[in-house]
Design a binder for this molecule. Structure first.
Ligand code: PMP
Length: 403
């Protein structure tokens, strides 16, 4: 009989050689062995292959895209379309002829573009949208802004909160099904929660909202961390940031299925695109596919399970959210590579400060959660393929020593 400890321990054992080979490809980490970078939900570190691709591009064919007809300009334009094609492939797009990819500066910009350029022109007085008030601000503000903009023009849009279960932060699908009306024009949701690390079980959204309502998914914490398949998820938009997926800051994309409502076509004059961002994103997706995102997911979930279980043995700490994953070294249902916790007596800001002095880079504030205030500060550890079991063990030792 397998013990409860098996899944995480087995994953860490089986994938150790794989992980070590990959970790060695991150110069910033090999250059600072005394530090543990545990803030990948904020931004990821970059492998050599991404740095090389950027250098190769800038030293061989740097030019503007979509302008000019000389070879460097043509190659740059091709690289941009190759990145869009690569994103569709990476997301297992079932109908790449119909879908579209719009390159953006990141998730926030992408969600705002969907809200402003696709949703706003379609909204009429009395329409409704459902948005996640307990998720990242980036997936709340753009929708609220659209409501405010239209209100100034006399169009009243009802913004309703995507129902969540108070204790866990999970979406309440039954309640959502009751909330949807013939006037519902969009449901916005999040794939993996950036505070609780919960996989929000978004496969169930379609059944809850019915066949006709567009769904916009914030995939900032899933793309690059686990396999994300548009063939499996019946959503209409998937929006993510390149910098969280091993690529450069200021890059990202909106993927649009273009099957419900008009095709997504961002308005206006875009200006010169972020060419190096696109080159880096393409290289990062190649790297992730070669590394195998299913293994990345297995590894980071195993690390998160080890950390969660260790924290639960320390009575001074409280792990937040996601009770589905809180059984002892659980089968890890529901928890991705993010663990957020509090010390029962030490303020989270102080804890973050102390941890940095021990060499751990963690996040400790309100974590950009919609509606979260000072009182809800906590410490977040977020993991990627380059993090090691030893880092987690060391962190648990440091946390234990604080009593
Ligand atoms: N959504 C989620 C779930 C996130 O975690 C983040 C970044 N922390 C964002 C959106 C915003 O991403 P960006 O800052 O790259 O626009």
């Amino acid at each position: 009989m397998t013990t409860q400890r098996a899944p995480a321990a087995r994953a860490l054992e089986e994938l150790r050689g794989w992980h070590e080979k990959l970790r060695a490809q991150f110069p910033i980490l090999t250059g600072h062995p005394e530090l543990a970078y545990l803030d990948s939900a904020a931004t990821s570190q970059k492998p050599e292959a991404v740095l090389d691709a950027v250098r190769e591009y800038l030293t061989t064919s740097n030019a503007n895209a979509g302008r000019g007809t000389y070879p460097w300009a043509n190659r740059t334009t091709e690289l941009m379309s190759e990145t869009r094609r690569r994103i569709k492939e990476f997301l297992h797009d079932p109908d790449p002829e119909r879908s579209g990819v719009h390159l953006t500066g990141g998730t926030t910009e992408g969600l705002r573009t969907v809200a402003r350029d696709w949703l706003a022109p379609r909204l009429a007085d009395g329409d409704e949208i459902v948005v996640p008030f307990a998720d990242h601000e980036a997936n709340l503000r753009p929708w609220l802004e659209v409501g405010e903009l239209l209100a100034r023009q006399g169009v009243r849009v009802r913004v309703r909160a995507l129902p969540t279960q108070e204790s866990s932060g999970e979406y309440d699908m039954a309640e959502l099904a009751r909330l949807v009306t013939p006037r519902t024009r969009l449901v916005a949701a999040t794939h993996v929660h950036h505070v609780y690390g919960a996989d929000m079980d978004v496969r169930r959204l379609r059944a809850a909202v019915g066949p006709g309502v567009p769904i916009c998914l914030d995939a900032a914490q899933s793309v690059g961390h686990l396999p994300v398949s548009m063939a499996e998820l019946d959503v209409d938009f998937a929006v993510f940031s390149g910098h969280k997926a091993l690529a450069l800051p200021g890059s990202g994309a909106v993927w649009a299925r273009n099957a419900r409502g008009p095709a997504f076509a961002p308005g206006g004059w875009d200006g010169s695109p972020n060419t190096t961002g696109a080159v880096a994103l393409c290289a990062a997706l190649d790297w992730l596919d070669a590394a195998d995102t299913a293994r990345v997911e297995r590894w980071t979930r195993a690390l998160a399970a080890r950390l969660t279980d260790g924290l639960r043995r320390l009575p001074a700490y409280e792990v937040l959210g996601c009770p589905r994953s809180l059984a002892a070294d659980s089968p890890m249902a529901g928890r991705q590579g993010i663990v957020t916790f509090r010390h029962r007596r030490i303020a989270s800001g102080d804890l973050g400060f102390v941890l940095f002095h021990e060499g751990f880079m963690v996040r400790s504030d309100s974590l950009c959660q919609g509606g979260a205030g000072e009182r809800q500060h906590s410490v977040r550890v977020s993991l990627h393929v380059y993090n090691s079991p030893e880092e987690v063990t060391r962190l648990l030792g440091a946390l234990a020593s604080l009593g």
